[in-house]
Design a protein around this ligand. Structure first.
Ligand SMILES: Nc1ncnc2c1ncn2[C@@H]1O[C@H](COP(=O)(O)OP(=O)(O)OP(=O)(O)O)[C@@H](O)[C@H]1O
Length: 362
């Protein structure tokens, strides 16, 4: 049986001449933590709004438990949104903010009390029910906003950059809390962020967005290890992206040399891009490695040295090395065949998945 709770089928949204969502097809399963990740203006909030019922797609369907909900008003959808600015009522105390939605639904007074208490306990705010909103810290306000949404027992919680107003330390604490809360509640979270580290840390599945399109969807590990294109490789984590061509299956040429790799299914001689993550590179004495570079700068980062170096073609290389180097020193880079990730130019996610399937497990 399918666990799909929300599905977007060929959803587009146009404002005037601008298409801000282009043929979005996503499936969201029950009980998982999903993230829409992408730069500002990529369409993340527009997707949330289409699911919440705050805007009509120009084309396409939004499905909830298999039923088309395009025409169902926002207040009848089984989703709730936690907004970036929390949108709390400043004149109501914590309890009344959380109780608000239940009062609108005309729930019995005794039930309201039980449910608000339970929601406040869930976000660890029991004891602060009588506080005014202005007397709360940013993190506490954030928790009130979450309590106000979960008290309505939505099947899906939409969270639009809910941590962006918090300082770095509190943001990290709240990341742990959010992840833990999602697991405890077992409801589906769809979280929006432009912070790739946050997305990698929190999510079961990520949709990487750019320019109104989903570039890639998958687990954080899939997206990090097997980026489908230049945008994803560049946006998620740090990457060295080098132009090259495929000699044959499992053999790629870049930097004037041929290297064994774990990729296949391209045309012989096809132009490709090669991704090497900084943490997969190390330095060794000249003659002992695979690519020769001149060290430009080096920073000690505690558990590794961050080195910037240039090869003879003046390509920049970022290396997280366990060994220190000297400025201006000429060294070799070492890496393993499985650390080379080869990308076709302009390959769709569908074609990429099909190609991977055709040779993986051979
Ligand atoms: N009501 C509107 N009228 C016209 N254009 C809009 C409207 N709402 C959004 N847009 C445009 O749609 C695009 C996508 O916006 P959206 O808010 O979904 O992006 P986002 O990825 O959530 O960005 P951010 O991280 O900055 O919130 C942007 O270019 C935005 O300017």
């Amino acid at each position: 049986m399918s666990n799909t709770i929300i599905e977007l089928q060929h959803v587009s949204k146009q404002y005037g001449d601008t298409e801000v969502l282009k043929d979005i097809n996503i499936e969201i399963e029950q009980g998982k933590f999903y993230t829409l990740l992408g730069p500002s203006g990529s369409g993340k909030t527009t997707i949330l709004r289409a699911i919440a019922g705050f805007l009509d797609p120009t084309k396409g369907d939004v499905l909830f438990n298999g039923q088309r909900i395009n025409d169902i008003p926002a207040n009848e959808r089984k989703v709730n949104t936690v907004f970036q600015d929390y949108a709390l009522f400043p004149h109501l105390n914590v309890f009344e903010n959380v109780a608000y939605g239940l009062r609108v639904q005309k729930i019995a007074k005794a039930d309201i009390e039980t449910r608000v208490d339970a929601a406040l306990k869930m976000v660890r705010l029991n004891g602060l029910a009588d506080r005014e909103i202005s007397e709360l810290s940013g993190g506490q306000q954030q928790r009130v906003a979450i309590a106000r949404a979960i008290v309505l027992e939505p099947e899906v919680l939409l969270l639009d950059e809910p941590l962006s107003a918090l300082d770095a330390k509190l943001r990290k604490d709240m990341q742990y809390e959010l992840r833990e809360l999602q697991q405890r509640l077992g409801i589906t979270f769809l979280f929006v962020t432009h912070d790739q580290e946050e997305a990698l840390a929190l999510s079961d599945e990520i949709f990487v967005m750019n320019d109104g399109e989903v570039q890639q969807s998958g687990t954080p590990v899939d997206i990090y290890d097997e980026p489908v294109n230049h945008f994803v490789a560049d946006f998620i984590g740090e990457s060295n992206i080098v132009a090259g061509h495929m000699v044959q299956d499992y053999l790629v040429e870049f930097n004037g040399k041929q290297f064994e790799c774990a990729d296949a299914g391209m045309r012989p001689n096809e132009s490709v891009e090669v991704v090497l993550r900084p943490e997969d590179l190390d330095i060794t004495a000249l003659g002992g490695g695979k690519v020769t570079v001149d060290v430009d700068t080096q920073l000690f980062r505690g558990d590794y040295y961050e080195i910037v170096a240039y090869d003879d073609a003046k390509n920049e290389w970022l290396i997280h090395s366990t060994n220190p180097a000297k400025d201006g020193e000429r060294v070799d880079l070492t890496f393993d065949p499985e650390d080379i990730h080869v990308m076709r130019l302009n390959e769709s996610e569908e074609d990429f998945d099909a190609r991977l399937e055709s040779y993986e497990g051979e």
